[in-house]
Design a protein around this ligand. Structure first.
Ligand code: SF4
Ligand code: F3S
Length: 104
């Protein structure tokens, strides 16, 4: 599966949702997640994210992100249409410690 990591927080560009063939992105207040059981591992979303927040779970230490993505994808609504990024998206891209800004 692919997952969304903390660099999506406070950016939420949403380019990713337009390309997913199985519509498995879910939207929280300031980030998206991927449902790991619905993702078919096609990989097309990865290069679409301007914040490089989409990663394959084959990278090291991804288990916590898979569980994070699963948890919130079961709580949040699906998103299939791109919308405007959050207002500070450009400035927030790459900022450390973004997990502290996460809002459910
Ligand atoms: Fe959707 Fe493919 Fe990205 Fe999985 S890898 S979230 S199926 S676009
Ligand atoms: Fe987030 Fe990147 Fe999608 S910032 S909303 S994962 S395009």
């Amino acid at each position: 599966t692919y997952i969304v990591n903390d660099n999506c927080i406070a950016c939420k560009y949403t380019d990713c949702v337009e390309v997913c063939p199985v519509d498995c992105f879910y939207e929280g207040e300031n980030m998206l997640v991927i449902h790991p059981d619905e993702c078919i591992d096609c990989g097309v979303c990865e290069p679409e994210c301007p914040a490089d927040a989409i990663r394959p779970d084959t990278e090291p230490d991804m288990e916590k992100w898979v569980e994070f993505n699963r948890k919130y994808s079961e709580m949040w609504p699906v998103i299939i249409t791109k919308k405007d990024p959050l207002p500070d998206a450009e400035e927030m891209d790459g900022k450390p410690g973004k997990i502290d800004l996460f809002s459910e």
